[in-house]
Design a protein around this ligand. Sequence first.
Ligand SMILES: [Zn+2]
Length: 241
Amino acid sequence: MMGDNMQTKQIYLDDSYLKEIEAKVMEIRDGIILDRTIFYPASGGQPSDTGLMKGKDDYRVISVEKGEEIIHKVDKLAEIDEKVLLMIDWDKRYAHMRLHTAIHIISAIAMNEFKARITGNQIGDTGARIDFNFQDWNSDISKSIEKRANEEIAKNHEVSWGYMKREDILNMEGSVKVDPRLIPNLEILRIVKIGDIDIQPDGGTHVKNTSEIGELKIYKIENKGKNNKRMYFTLSGMSQE
Ligand SMILES: [Zn+2]
């Protein structure tokens, strides 16, 4: 994200479809810090990528964390200045991209048509859950949301990204669907836009077109109390127990 002062260029923000890239080991700190990476670090409800680094040896990437730096947790450490080929577990990442983009569609519909905001979300490998601050909640609402989400997905909306001043995006009506305190305090924010239905600050990975999401199915809803309703969904081609 622009404004971050870290050693690692976050290539996944520019091209979320890159499955392999070469990189250089910059530092060892509880894991490997690279000059650039395609490994997405766990953040914003999207789990970290896993995969392989091939250098003098094979290093299995177990998880990736983002603090002041992006740290790749591996089964064994590489050496500083070592050149490595990064290979992400693509099937898993692509599932995360489809689910993540689907969350945008659901959040836009929830806000625009039901006046509910997302208060949390967690993406898994075969589905995702979203928490909302709906006042009222019943299975009819989830059926309407599912229907509307599938209508929007079928419109083949293009998904694009860019950068905007924080104050401009926060002042744009309907652009903030999460608690504003969850948005990074940077002057310039990365923005993701889905056709004419959604625009919001975002540091995740997405598909290029909503057609890639496939069919969405809400398979469970939970009432977690006043102003806290939880919804679970999956997408076509994902095996959900
Ligand atoms: Zn996103």
